[in-house]
Design a protein around this ligand. Structure first.
Ligand code: SF4
Length: 396
C-alpha cells in the first residue's frame, strides 16, 4: 500500500488539487510538466486520476474535510466535460467538502464554449481562472499560445453568461520589448473586464525552454529586469486605485475574492495533489510532515494506476527547521505576512527569536516591517522577494 495512504488523523482538513498535464500547444516560456497533442490519452488519464483519488481516500482511513478543489495545469479545460465529471465524481464520492469549499478550474481561451462552462458550473466550479496573458496577438503567436485576444474576450463573456461570478485573469509583464506604456495599456484593458481577481506574473526565462534558446540565438530580446520592476510597481498602484487588494506578491483581488485554495499553499498547510507530477504535503503514520511527488510522465502515471501500483516517485521528510523556514518564506508572500502567535501555536517557538538576525537585517533595509502582531514584506520587499526569502532557509 502506498505510504501516503497510511497516515494519522492529525489534520482533518485539506485542500485538493488535480493536475492536468495537457495543453493545446506548449508555450515557448513554459517549463511545466505539460504535453501537447495527447487527446487520445485524456480518457485514460481521467480514469487514472479518479482511481488515485479513490485509492487515496480508502487508504487514508480517516475522514477528511476538503476545503477546496482546484484543477490546475497545464490546461484543465482541455478535457471534455465527461472526463472532468469523472474526476469530480470520485472526489465527491470520497471526500466531504466544507460548505463554503472553493472550486476552481484553470482554463485557457479557445478551450471553452458556453456548454462546457455551464457544465462546469453545474459540476460545482464557481471560480474560473483564465490565462489571458496579453492583449497582443503577435505576442501570443510568438509565445506559441493557442488562442487569440478575441478568444480571451469571448471566453470571459461566456463565463459570465454561464454564471461565473468569481473570475481570475492571468497576465504576464516584463515581456521582450514591452514598454511601461504598453503595460499600462494592458492593465487598463484588463481592468475593463471587471474581473474579481487578477494574477500578474513577471516573465521568467527558464532553462530548457524554447524562449531561452531563442534568446541565446538572438532571435528574441532578453527581457529587462529593471523595466519589469517598474511595471510591477505601476500595477500595484493602478490596481489599488481600482479597489483591488494586493494580498500576495503576484495576486490582487476585490475584497472577499482572494483565492482560498492558493492560500493553503502560502500558509504551508496540508494538501493532497492528484495526477502526473502532482505534489502533496501530508503526514506519515507518526505524524511527521512529508512531501510527496507523483511520477511526472502521464503515460507512466496511467500505467501505474492501471496496475494498482504506487504513483509516488519521491517522498521527502520535512525537518521541523525546514517546516518553519517554509512557513516563513511562503507566508511572507502574503501581504498579511506572518502572525507571531500563529507561528508560535504551530511550532512552539517565537519566530522573532528563531529568525532574529534575518528580521533585523531586512527591517533595517526597509524590506520588512514588524509590529507586535506580525511581520510582513514592504512593497519593495515583495519586489525583491526572490532575492531575499532564501535567507530564512536552514543550513541543511
Ligand atoms: S498554457 Fe500554461 S501550462 Fe500550458 S504550455 Fe502554456 S504556459 Fe505552460
Amino acid at each position: 500500500m502506498d505510504e501516503k495512504r497510511v497516515t494519522t488523523n492529525r489534520t482533518p482538513r485539506a485542500a485538493l488539487f488535480v493536475y492536468i498535464p495537457y495543453c493545446p500547444s506548449v508555450c515557448t516560456y513554459c517549463d511545466f510538466n505539460v504535453y501537447a497533442r495527447r487527446a487520445s490519452e485524456f480518457d485514460a488519464y481521467a480514469d487514472a486520476v479518479a482511481m488515485e483519488i479513490e485509492l487515496t481516500a480508502q487508504a487514508l482511513q480517516t475522514p477528511i474535510q476538503a476545503t477546496s478543489l482546484a484543477f490546475g495545469g497545464g490546461t484543465p479545460s482541455i478535457l471534455t466535460l465527461p472526463q472532468i465529471e469523472k474526476i469530480v465524481g470520485a472526489a465527491r464520492r470520497h471526500w466531504e467538502f466544507v460548505s463554503d469549499a472553493e472550486w476552481t478550474l484553470e482554463a485557457n481561451p479557445g478551450t471553452v464554449d458556453l456548454e462546457k462552462l455551464r457544465g462546469l458550473r453545474e459540476l460545482g466550479f464557481a471560480r474560473l481562472s483564465l490565462g489571458v496573458q496579453t492583449f497582443d496577438d503577435a505576442r501570443l503567436q510568438q509565445f506559441n499560445r493557442a488562442h487569440t485576444v478575441a478568444q480571451s474576450f469571448e471566453a470571459f463573456e461566456l463565463a459570465r453568461r454561464a454564471g461565473f461570478e468569481n473570475i481570475n485573469l492571468d497576465f504576464m509583464y516584463g515581456l521582450p520589448k514591452q514598454t511601461p506604456a504598453d503595460w499600462r495599456e494592458t492593465l487598463n484593458r484588463a481592468l475593463a473586464f471587471e474581473s474579481e481577481h487578477l494574477s500578474l506574473y513577471g516573465l521568467q526565462v527558464e532553462e530548457r525552454t524554447v524562449l531561452k534558446k531563442q534568446i541565446e540565438l538572438g532571435r528574441v530580446v532578453q527581457p529587462d529586469a529593471e523595466v519589469a520592476a517598474e511595471m510591477y510597481e505601476c500595477a500595484v498602484d493602478m490596481l489599488a486605485a481600482h479597489g483591488f487588494v494586493h494580498y500576495e506578491i503576484s495576486n490582487f483581488a476585490k475584497p472577499g475574492f482572494a483565492s482560498r485554495h492558493n492560500k493553503t499553499y502560502w500558509l504551508n498547510e496540508p494538501y493532497l495533489g492528484f495526477g502526473a507530477g502532482a505534489h502533496s504535503l501530508w503526514y506519515d503514520a507518526r505524524g511527521e510532515s512529508i512531501r510527496y511527488e507523483n511520477v511526472k510522465s502521464p503515460r507512466e502515471y496511467i500505467l501505474r494506476e492501471s496496475r494498482n501500483e504506487s504513483v509516488i516517485a519521491k517522498r521527502e521528510s520535512i525537518s521541523p527547521a525546514m517546516q518553519m523556514a517554509e512557513t516563513i518564506f511562503l507566508g511572507l508572500r502574503l501581504a498579511e505576512g506572518i502572525a507571531w502567535e500563529r507561528f508560535r501555536a504551530r511550532f512552539g517557538v517565537d519566530a522573532r527569536e528563531v529568525y532574529r538576525e534575518q528580521v533585523d537585517t531586512l527591517s533595517k533595509s526597509k524590506l520588512l516591517r514588524v509590529n507586535d502582531e506580525r511581520m510582513w514584506l514592504t512593497e519593495q520587499g515583495m519586489l525583491l522577494s526572490n532575492q531575499l526569502l532564501w535567507r530564512f532557509l536552514p543550513d541543511e
